[in-house]
Write a protein that binds this ligand. Structure first.
Ligand code: PLP
Length: 379
């Protein structure tokens, strides 16, 4: 948080609006124009953005939604909120994103049983863009819609264009949770270039209500109808306080991502001598660099992943694990998913550790992280 961030929120507290004032549309405009999409719909989380995106695309009972197992549970839960079924496409062992080959195979099988999904949700894991051109080509061939879960990827680029342009998707979702690249405390946004989808998402964000006369149902002219509820939505609105913070953070977005890349480059160098695999970066993309994940070469060290993880925590290094394959969660196991379903995602999960990655990470702290890793890897 900079002084400018803090002052931006204070200015709203002194203004006439706490919510639904001028800052929300200003923030939506700033993010949409940065990303090159026509519309931004700001909401109270990326989870809500994924839900309204599914609703706007007509996802409902009887439909299927596919996503990556290597993601936060919200990427899959949005299908369940909408009454649809969810399924998972295994990951590419190099990018840790949804594998396009596995997707193509699974679509071919689904076509034979008339069960092609309505929506596929690729997740730009760690900020690295998925192979969107290939996924988009499959969407044309098989007839599904795409929602990009770009919760990790604001500020990144794909084939030279900002992530969020929606060139290869119907809708792109960003998260502004504090662990992500820019923050509004809690918050998210759904971007699209389709005015009909944008309008539907605006309705679902606020109870399914519209105040646009052209969308209202005819009623006797002597009755007052300043708004109508025309569908069932939620209260997913973002406040002006959050939007003011987001607008202020947008000013430093490019700087945040540049610093993250410098940190990643230093890690690449410092980790060369250790028995770990560092993240591969596709020449097609520029990552938002939300996460830096190392994979332990377990056959070269005499320690388990858990030993290393716990040793690092004990040494005061804030390591994490992104992600437990979603379908291994007890809730998903109850739906019938079993261990072994996506072997690449599981193999990855058994070797991965996310090491500290945030703009305030100094060279000195990075050196300490490396020393701690070195120590943790030794028997
Ligand atoms: C953080 C995250 C979400 C959910 O974001 P919230 O804003 O916390 O709801 C969804 N998908 C992915 C991949 C995430 O990392």
């Amino acid at each position: 948080m900079s002084e400018a961030d803090i002052n931006a929120v204070i200015e709203v507290l002194r203004s006439d609006f706490l919510t639904q004032g001028p800052k929300v549309p200003a923030f939506e405009q700033a993010v949409a124009s940065y990303a090159g999409a026509s519309y931004g719909v700001a909401v109270n989380s990326a989870t809500s953005a994924l839900h309204i995106a599914c609703r706007a695309l007509g996802v409902g009972p009887g439909d299927a939604v596919w996503t990556s197992p290597n993601t936060f549970v919200a990427s899959a839960n949005c299908a369940l909120y909408s009454g649809a079924e969810v399924d998972f496409v295994d990951i590419d062992p190099r990018t840790y994103n949804m594998s396009v080959d596995r997707l193509a195979e699974k679509l071919e099988q689904a076509k034979a049983t008339n069960s092609v999904p309505k929506v596929v949700i690729p997740v730009h894991f760690a900020g690295q863009p998925c192979d969107m051109a290939a996924i988009h080509a499959l969407s044309q061939q098989y007839g599904f819609q795409i929602i990009e879960d770009a919760s990790h990827a604001i500020g990144g680029r794909y084939k030279g264009e900002p992530i969020g342009s929606c060139r290869y998707s119907a809708i792109t979702v960003f998260s502004f949770h504090p662990v992500k690249i820019i923050t509004t405390g809690e918050g998210g946004m759904a971007l699209t270039s389709d005015p009909v989808l944008a309008e539907r998402m605006v309705q679902f964000r606020s109870h399914g209500i519209t105040s646009k006369p052209e969308l209202m149902h005819p009623r006797p002219v002597d009755e007052i109808w300043n708004y109508q509820q025309i569908d069932l939505g939620n209260n997913y609105r973002m406040t002006d306080m959050q939007s003011a913070l987001g607008l202020s953070q947008m000013v430093r977005l490019d700087e945040f991502v540049t610093v993250r890349h410098a940190i990643a480059a230093r890690y690449d160098e410092l980790l060369k001598a250790l028995p770990v695999t560092t993240p591969w970066r596709s020449p097609d993309g520029y990552s938002g660099m939300h996460l830096y994940v190392i994979r332990l070469k377990l056959d070269e060290i005499h320690r388990t992943q858990r030993d290393v993880y716990e040793s690092l925590r004990e040494q005061g290094v804030g390591v994490n694990l992104h992600y437990i394959p979603v379908y291994r969660q007890p809730y998903y196991e109850r739906m019938g998913f079993k261990a072994g379903y996506c072997p690449e995602a599981e193999q990855y999960y058994r070797e991965a550790i996310s090491i500290p990655m945030y703009p305030g990470l100094t060279t000195e702290l990075q050196g300490q992280v490396i020393d701690a890793i070195d120590k943790a890897l030794k028997p």
